[in-house]
Write a protein that binds this ligand. Structure first.
Ligand code: PLP
Length: 407
């Protein structure tokens, strides 16, 4: 085990210190959403207790403080993902909203009947449905690159689907249902060689590994705060400045305008052009606190520690009779999706809850992935930097017990 002070980290998360049905809580549903450190909770409380007012509009002291704090977080996000400019950071509600934004702005402006949008067979519904809606609106066609039985993208087949008709590639960086980490740099190079822009769904990647959008050279990148130790209701769309400049706005309203008359409206500059209405001010502050917290720990350390957890859990899981791991890609984040021969995934979830262990059971908003593996659902343990080997032991013991009872 690398030097990683998990005990110290756990103390920063007040919610973890509780019992569920007489057993210590083991929270392994981090891919759905993860828990918040005290620093984040306190930052929100501090904002509302001291500095809160609407941003960008007021001339009074609180509005100035609130605006400065809000814009400082934009700069932190820019640094965290190494964007080129604060203008490339658009605050949205989350990954879902970011992808819909790109579909309805970039998509509507650049994609028309007969054009193709290329995704993969392992996408979350958030990276399928917005493109289906766009296809319905425009007559474009959604193409899907296949995966193999390990849950890996068939890269050659993906490249084979790129053509002069392809107007956008949108791919998940790390799959929430399988844990697969896609070769996104290669994907981007292949698409760019044909002048095709690439959007990445980073909902699962940003919380678990260092992400550098300039190094990746992606055109759009989306992620959610709530999976990143930050509050729910806040997320980020990164876009290359030139693309964002050329795109029409998404929502119309306050803040996204420079001048309004009944005859015409002049839109605001970036990033405000895409931020209509009063934003989620306090949760942006919470996001800033989460980024500070993570930067202190270091995303390389988070990734290395979680990899150790994944390896430990996978080795143990493989020894359990009747347990099938769904998704064992060579490059994989700390997600263990599995089925048991004799127990339905929903029953696994309910029974683990009886011993204080929170996992997710279901289709994980990736129904096509379930169809591909011909399972109705999976149970999914997804790890975060505050999880421990002892918690994995507790999970595996509980699963072994289940297997015995249902044998
Ligand atoms: C890979 C992936 N993409 C997109 C989403 C959607 O994120 P949100 O619900 O925060 O918008 C999720 C959430 O589970 C996800 O795991």
């Amino acid at each position: 085990m690398i030097q990683f002070e998990v005990d110290k980290i756990r103390q920063d998360f007040p919610i973890l210190d509780q019992q569920i049905r007489g057993k210590p809580l083991v929270y392994l549903d981090n891919a759905a959403t993860c828990q918040k450190p005290k620093a984040v909770i306190d930052a929100i409380s501090h904002m509302y207790s001291h500095d809160y007012a609407n941003v960008h509009r007021g001339v009074h002291a609180l509005s100035e403080r609130s605006t400065a704090a809000f814009e400082a977080v934009r700069h932190k996000v820019k640094n965290f993902i190494n964007a080129a400019s604060d203008k490339e950071i658009i605050f949205v509600r989350g990954t879902t909203e970011a992808i819909n934004l790109v579909a309805q702005t970039f998509g509507k402006a650049n994609i028309s009947a007969g054009d193709e949008i290329l995704i993969t067979a392992m996408e979350h519904h958030s990276n399928i449905v917005p493109w289906q809606i766009l296809c319905e609106q425009t007559g474009a066609v959604l193409k899907v690159a296949p995966i193999n039985q390990r849950g890996e993208l068939l890269y050659e087949e993906f490249v084979g689907l790129l053509s002069e008709k392809t107007k956008l590639v949108s791919v998940v960086h790390m799959s929430n249902a399988l844990g697969t980490i896609n070769p996104v740099k290669q994907i981007i190079e292949a698409a760019h060689a044909r002048n095709i822009p690439v959007m990445l769904d980073g909902a699962q990647a940003v919380p678990h590994m260092p992400v550098d959008v300039q190094d990746l050279d992606c055109d759009f990148y989306a992620f959610s705060g709530h999976k990143l130790y930050a509050p729910s209701g806040i997320g980020v769309l990164y876009g290359k400045q030139a693309l964002l400049e050329a795109m029409p706005p998404y929502h119309g309203g306050g803040d996204m305008i420079r001048k309004v008359t009944f005859e015409e409206t002049e839109y605001n500059v970036l990033p405000y052009k895409f931020e209509a209405g009063t934003p989620n001010i306090a949760d942006v502050i919470g996001l800033g606190a989460a980024l500070d917290y993570l930067s202190e720990i270091g995303m390389e350390n988070v990734a290395a520690y979680e990899h150790e957890l994944l390896v430990y859990a996978t080795e143990k899981a493989k020894k359990i009779p009747g347990l099938k791991i769904i998704g064992d890609a060579e490059h994989k984040g700390a997600i263990l999706s599995f089925t048991l021969e004799s127990v339905h995934p929903h029953d696994i979830g309910t029974m683990l809850d009886h011993v204080g262990i929170a996992v997710r059971a279901g289709h994980h908003c990736a129904m096509p992935v379930m169809d591909f593996f011909q399972v109705p659902a999976t149970a999914r343990a997804s790890f975060a930097m505050y999880n421990t080997k002892q918690e994995i032991d507790a999970l595996m013991e509980a699963i072994e017990e289940l297997v015995k009872v249902f044998a």
